[in-house]
Design a protein around this ligand. Structure first.
Ligand code: FMN
Length: 187
């Protein structure tokens, strides 16, 4: 029942600091991600782990992708550059879409990758770390230039960024949800 405790207590934490998970801890976290359900074993999941100065590179990709469609003044640029500095580690979540499998549409590959991302959030929470899934304006759905700025291939889609670190704050209180608002039983 430990698993249920972890699932029921996960919250997104926006204020995150050092330390971030070790290499050994991340080995297990990625293994958990790779246990996501996956139609036809396409393995669409890809991740870029960004730490240290890698965050500056990520900020540059955010800026360059925005510049393709908008004029940026210095102030906006430095605001965008600061975005990846909000946590010591960021995991870029990517779905590598295989368009040659008509029985596994793009959406199913995206669903599988989202399930892998959720496994990462749960695994990190179980290890005592905090995480926050963000897209901002930098998912492929919202920014057609981000993939190339991240040096990804044509059919790689960015589903989001998992900001990771040690929680600096308690998660805010949220209202309890009632199953009956979400679940219909057929018997
Ligand atoms: C695909 C996806 C993208 C998201 N993008 C953002 C975002 O850009 N900014 C943000 O504040 N929250 C974003 N969220 C929501 C947070 O990750 C988080 O789920 C929300 O604040 C609710 O907190 P909880 O997970 O503790 O219930 C996103 C969630 C998902 C699933």
């Amino acid at each position: 029942m430990e698993t249920m405790k972890t699932l029921l207590s996960r919250r997104s934490i926006s204020k995150l600091a050092e330390p971030y998970p070790s290499k050994e801890e991340m080995e297990n976290v990625y293994q958990a991600a790779l246990r996501a359900p996956d139609h036809s074993w396409l393995r669409p999941w890809r991740f870029i782990e960004v730490v240290g100065d890698g965050r500056k590179k990520l900020g540059k990709a955010f800026i360059e992708s925005t510049k393709k469609t908008e004029e940026l003044d210095e102030e906006r640029e430095s605001k965008i550059a600061a975005l990846p500095m909000r946590s010591p580690m960021i995991i870029v979540v990517i779905a590598k879409i295989n368009h040659e499998k008509p029985n596994v549409p793009r959406l199913e590959q995206i669903q599988s990758t989202a399930a892998a991302a959720q496994n990462i959030l749960i695994a990190l929470h179980d290890l005592g770390y905090g995480a926050y899934w963000r897209t901002g304006k930098y998912s492929t759905e919202r920014n057609e230039h981000i993939s190339s700025e991240l040096s990804l291939e044509k059919d790689d889609e960015v589903l989001g960024y998992l900001y990771v670190g040690t929680p600096e704050v308690e998660a805010s209180k949220i209202p309890e949800l009632d199953n009956k608002d979400f679940v219909t039983i057929w018997d």
